[in-house]
Write a protein that binds this ligand. Structure first.
Ligand code: LRH
Ligand code: MN
Ligand code: MN
Length: 406
């Protein structure tokens, strides 16, 4: 069945000018980082449900993450959040990850969970608190050296709830001072990925509220600072694909935090609400991947694809499997866009034909392609089914309730 369905699909794609051997080669290169916190208990501000079998420490989080990679071949690295994943010996955590066939990915400093940071961390008007926050950033650079991580993902909850609560301009300067100090501590291979978010937990102003502020900060810091786009961090109606294309063109798109949103920063399974948006993001990335400018090509090839989700009601490992598989599906569909066809129609000013050339790729069922891909990679054709029948989910129930939570 797989063979017949694939042969037909291959013929269909060849007729559209798409070579599936090239598509498969690109799919085999796709890497999606999963977040350690997505394996733990997490929820909303109303309730964190405690699930049975949740990892009790960072080591067990990596064990669960290894299942996702083993079954999909897609997720070889795991982002950590400090202090949620604080351990005495990061070398030991790194060795544990490597034994499981994983690596430690982005290091995320956490400057939003201590009482001291109620009115701001690096933007606090109290110099001692700013010092403490900056020291944590520097500590995370040291941790990244030990874990062998290239990227430090930076998100600041800093902001105000009321007009007059703080000086927006002074806070902007303090943020820059702190990040400049951190930037100087980076090794030449490291990158600072600056994440923005329009609101929450601050409801009047957020110090890094949108991509423009993050981009401006990255420009001021230097070439090792780039922007991180979390798909849940925009005001309703924002055109994320446009932001992506713009940042690539400026060679400052460093990475993504993928998740789905319906209303605000919902942190739902990526691709569950608006898969077309995810497809269009990949369409923009792939249309820049063969740009004549080597700097743009290098930016595209260094984009870090990361998941950032909270699984409130879902089982954690299946939710993560669903997430990486959804990303793979939309990436596969975007690889079916015939860019020459789009360009040719756009040049003819044929708006409908251009739109059709993009959308028609999205409308294909890529199941036969993904089955053959997995067959070639020695992976289960249906990773979710394979997980559910593997017994791993039952085995971890012995961990009991009350595991790690964010
Ligand atoms: C903030 C955010 C940021 C944090 C993560 C837990 O909303 O997206 O990336 O580090 O959630
Ligand atoms: Mn995020
Ligand atoms: Mn978020």
């Amino acid at each position: 069945m797989t063979d017949r369905a694939y042969a037909l699909f291959e013929e269909q794609q060849a007729a559209r000018g798409i070579n599936l051997e090239e598509v498969k080669a690109r799919l085999k290169e796709l890497r999606i980082e999963t977040p350690s916190w997505g394996y733990g208990d997490s929820g909303t501000r109303f309730k964190v449900f405690q699930k049975e079998g949740v990892p009790r420490d960072p080591f067990e989080k990596f064990e669960d993450a290894a299942q996702v990679h083993k079954l999909t071949g897609l997720a070889p690295s795991v982002a950590i959040h400090i202090p949620w994943d604080k351990v005495d010996d990061y070398g030991k955590l790194r060795a544990h990850a490597e034994n499981l066939g994983l690596s430690i990915g982005a290091v995320n400093p956490n400057l939003f969970q201590e009482d001291d940071y109620m009115l701001g961390s690096v933007t606090n008007s109290d110099a001692a608190i700013r010092r403490k926050a900056t020291d944590h950033l520097l500590e995370c650079v040291d941790i990244a050296k030990e874990t062998g991580s290239r990227d430090l993902s930076l998100w600041f909850a800093d902001g105000t709830n009321y007009p007059g609560q703080g000086s927006i301009r002074k806070r902007k300067g303090w943020m820059q001072d702190s990040l400049t100090e951190m930037y100087k501590a980076l090794t030449p291979e490291m990158r600072m990925l600056i994440e923005y978010k329009c609101f929450e937990p601050a409801f009047y102003h957020t110090d890094l509220a949108d991509w423009g502020m993050a981009y401006n900060m990255a420009l001021k810091l230097g070439p090792q600072a780039e922007v991180l786009v979390d798909t849940g961090h925009h005001l309703p109606g924002a055109n994320i694909e446009h932001i992506v294309a713009y940042l690539i063109d400026e060679k400052r798109l460093g990475g993504f935090h993928f998740n789905s949103r319906k209303y605000a920063d919902d942190d739902l399974i990526v691709g569950s609400v608006n898969p077309y948006e995810l497809f269009l993001i990949f369409y923009q990335i792939l249309s820049a991947a063969s740009d004549g400018d080597a700097g743009i090509r290098s930016c595209v090839s260094n984009i870090a694809y990361m998941i950032d989700q909270s699984h409130n009601i879902e089982q954690k490992i299946p939710a993560m499997l669903r997430s990486v598989l959804n990303v793979q599906t939309q990436y596969a569909k975007a690889l079916l866009v015939n860019h020459e066809e789009v360009e040719e129609a756009a040049n003819r000013h044929d708006v409908l034909a251009a739109e059709h050339a993009v959308r028609s790729a999205f409308e294909f069922d890529v199941t036969p392609l993904l089955h053959v891909l997995r067959e070639e990679q020695g992976l289960p054709l249906d990773p979710m089914k394979a997980y559910l029948s593997s017994g791993y989910g039952n085995g971890i129930l012995a961990r009991g309730k009350g595991g790690a939570s964010w």
